[in-house]
Design a protein around this ligand. Structure first.
Ligand code: ASP
Length: 438
């Protein structure tokens, strides 16, 4: 029988009403056997996420300040949910235990993880599913490094044998039982790990948006939803600044080839965005998948006649960066020139020193620096091997009189990256979007 794992984000479990929506979604789909909840998120603008409040409890304790008021806010959230849903769970005694443990010096990871733990207990009763504590099977080593293989083995041997379960997101444990959390937003990772472990056919990630958009809606008005995207395209968009799932959160399902669907709890009939390993060749030809961009870049452009004949030039250039502990993002090159695209935060106060070293050690004809550069990446597997795709982009920018400072196209042809002045960033994204989509 088909098995699905559904992860619900904090905004999908922020209050009793959203719990009701979640129950309706889960009960409608018998294949949805494993549910991974986040901690309660914000109910309205200006509200607090429970996880943030838990971190405040920890910091107050460390500073010797009372955390009672903050803990009372947390308790109230859970007590209200339990009451409104008419559940029998004795949530107060669980809360008391957490409070005592915080007082007695429990670790920051333990404290932060309790948001998911308590939400999981409540949701398990409400869905009539078994509650499983991930401290039992999501394994970290003593250094805090996630042990993927041991975790996988345990999930296969335990979780997969249980018909229906709620598994809190965000944490696991070290071999001695000490709680260890993933980075913030880590319930996505838990969902992916469970999906891989139970060999799910689909990992549903329920959130408060109906999937990914082709461009940032603050720049492009009403951008279209991305219906289907490959893991590689997703990585390109995420790296280039799109606010999508973090790579870490998809690696377990990516490895296992399990598709992810991003869905909206508030609009459960919307199809959302499907993330897959591959799309059939020939599909989406001539289309792009999305556009993303990053600001705050600098280009250092080094020119020297006959550079192509000079042995070791690029190596010496890169070793100057290495010595100064600077990593670069891109390195477009021509026969007599190499450019380095570097984020401003990498360069910080090192630019003059680096330029001096380049002049001294490489004896270039010119070294130019372009500040205030933004990179825009237009991504799409459908662009590969398709004549006219790049031309469309360049014509669109030329018509807008936007000067391109750099062009880079990965050898896989799934994206074209252009560098423009920061002041042209928004206009360039709009122009590219209109050229391909409208
Ligand atoms: N509750 C945790 C956080 O706010 C984890 C998650 O929501 O995924 O980061």
């Amino acid at each position: 029988m088909e098995v699905r794992v559904a992860k619900f984000g904090g905004s999908s479990l922020a209050d009793a009403d959203s719990f009701r929506q979640v129950r309706a979604i889960v009960k409608k789909d018998p294949a949805c056997r494993y549910v991974v909840p986040s901690a309660p998120g914000k109910r309205f603008a200006g509200d607090h996420k429970v996880t943030d409040l838990l971190y405040i409890c920890y910091h107050n304790r460390e500073e010797g300040i009372s955390f009672d008021d903050v803990f009372a806010m947390i308790s109230e959230r859970y007590v209200q949910i339990v009451k409104e849903l008419n559940l029998t769970i004795d949530i107060k005694s669980y809360l008391d235990e957490v409070y005592t443990n915080i007082k007695q010096g429990e670790s920051v990871d333990y404290i932060a993880s309790r948001g998911e733990y308590l939400n999981g207990l409540i949701l398990a009763e409400y869905l009539e599913f078994t509650f499983l504590d991930p401290a039992e099977f999501i394994v970290f080593d003593y250094k805090g490094v996630f042990d993927s293989e041991e975790t996988h083995r345990r999930i296969k041997n335990t979780v997969a044998r249980i018909a229906n379960a709620v598994i809190p997101g965000f944490y696991g444990a070290r071999p001695n039982g000490e709680i260890k959390t993933f980075p913030r937003g880590g319930s996505d990772i838990t969902g992916a790990i469970i999906a891989r472990g139970v060999q799910a056919s689909l990992y549903e990630n329920w959130t408060d948006v109906s999937g990914f958009l082709m461009a940032d809606p603050r720049i492009v008005e009403n951008p279209k939803r991305i219906e289907i995207i490959t893991y590689r395209e997703l990585r390109e968009l995420a790296y280039n600044g799109a606010n999508v799932l973090h790579e870490e959160s998809i690696f377990p399902v990516r490895e296992a080839g399990i598709p992810i669907r991003i869905r909206n709890t508030k609009a459960p009939d919307d199809p959302g965005t499907l993330i897959v390993r591959d799309v059939p060749k020939g599909e989406r030809v001539g289309q792009i998948t999305g556009i993303a961009g990053r600001k705050d870049m600098t280009i250092i452009s080094v020119e020297k006649a006959l550079l192509n004949c000079e042995l070791g030039f690029a190596r010496r250039l890169l070793s100057i960066l290495e010595r100064n502990e600077i990593s670069f993002e891109h390195m477009p090159s021509g026969i007599d020139a190499i450019s380095l695209v570097i984020t401003d935060c990498q360069l910080e106060n090192k630019l003059d020193k680096v330029l001096n070293e380049i002049r001294l050690e490489l004896d270039p004809d010119t070294v130019e620096v372009f500040h205030d550069i933004a990179l825009i990446s237009t991504v799409g597997q459908g662009m590969a091997f398709t004549a006219g795709m790049a031309a469309k982009l360049f014509v669109a920018l030329a018509e807008e009189k936007i000067n391109i400072r750099m062009i880079d196209q990965g050898s896989s042809e799934i994206n074209i990256i252009v560098g423009v002045q920061t002041k042209d960033f928004e206009r360039a994204i709009k122009a590219i979007y209109n050229a391909y989509v409208n």
